[in-house]
Design a protein around this ligand. Structure first.
Ligand code: AMP
Length: 216
């Protein structure tokens, strides 16, 4: 399956993608995670990406699209993938269609994870992540063990872009650049809305239902 997860920052794309990847047996590709790994490793890409991410802005389309093109050309993506955080602009969506070609583009399914801005703000400020295995935590509803990741034992951290000023800018960026993708994919008949206000289990069930996979 060729799946795109759309949604505002904090909508739960990453959390859903991890579970859907296990169920659908296709790789989860998070452009945000790839950028963060590059920032940590201080690569050239990481230095470029950090200068945008730290301000809540988008990394330029050509940089991001080339990175995704490289990743989805790999062997493990030949039967599909889950894209989490890409595309984020119309130009990226058009580039993706070119990369995939007509046949695969027609197979693309897009889950638009719907969530109110209030919930986004509460989720992002309380979010902590494991930089090692990428598991995401919520300080109130799904806290780590002290500041230790249950899954791998690494120390969890707050993402530097999960602070109020950057969150505000990320939401502006989402509304300006990413939200238009809802109409883009709706007009192609590939978009399904999924409610994600409540807990992850319910959101995941909603996604499976939307993909015609209820009962798995
Ligand atoms: P995420 O982990 O998906 O919230 O992404 C974190 C940050 O990485 C975003 O706020 C952007 O600055 C950058 N980023 C991730 N994906 C993209 C993309 N498709 N295009 C441009 N920038 C991106």
């Amino acid at each position: 399956m060729y799946l795109i997860l759309l949604g505002a920052p904090g909508a739960g794309k990453g959390t859903q993608a991890v579970e859907l990847s296990k169920i659908l047996k296709v790789p989860h590709i998070s452009t945000g995670d790839i950028f963060r790994d590059n920032i940590k490793a201080k690569t050239e890409l990481g230095v470029i990406a950090d200068s945008y991410i730290s301000k809540g802005k988008l990394v330029p389309d050509d940089v991001t699209t080339n990175m995704v093109d490289d990743r989805i050309s790999q062997e493990d993506c030949k039967n599909g993938f889950i894209l989490d955080g890409f595309p984020r602009t119309i130009a990226q969506a058009e580039a993706l269609e070119k990369i995939l070609g007509k046949t695969k583009s027609k197979l693309l399914k897009v889950l638009n994870i719907v969530i109110s801005e209030d919930v986004v703000l509460r989720r992002l400020s309380q979010r902590r992540i494991c930089p090692n295995c990428k598991r995401s935590y919520h300080l109130e509803f799904d806290p780590p063990h002290g500041d230790i990741c249950y899954s791998c034992g690494a120390k969890v951290v707050q993402r530097p872009d999960d602070v109020p000023d950057v969150i505000k800018q990320r939401l502006i960026t989402y509304n300006e650049s990413t939200k238009p993708l809802i109409d883009f994919y709706r007009s192609k008949g590939s978009l399904v809305n999924v409610q994600s206000e409540n807990d992850i289990d319910e959101s995941l069930q909603n996604s499976l239902y939307a993909l015609g996979l209820k009962g798995i």
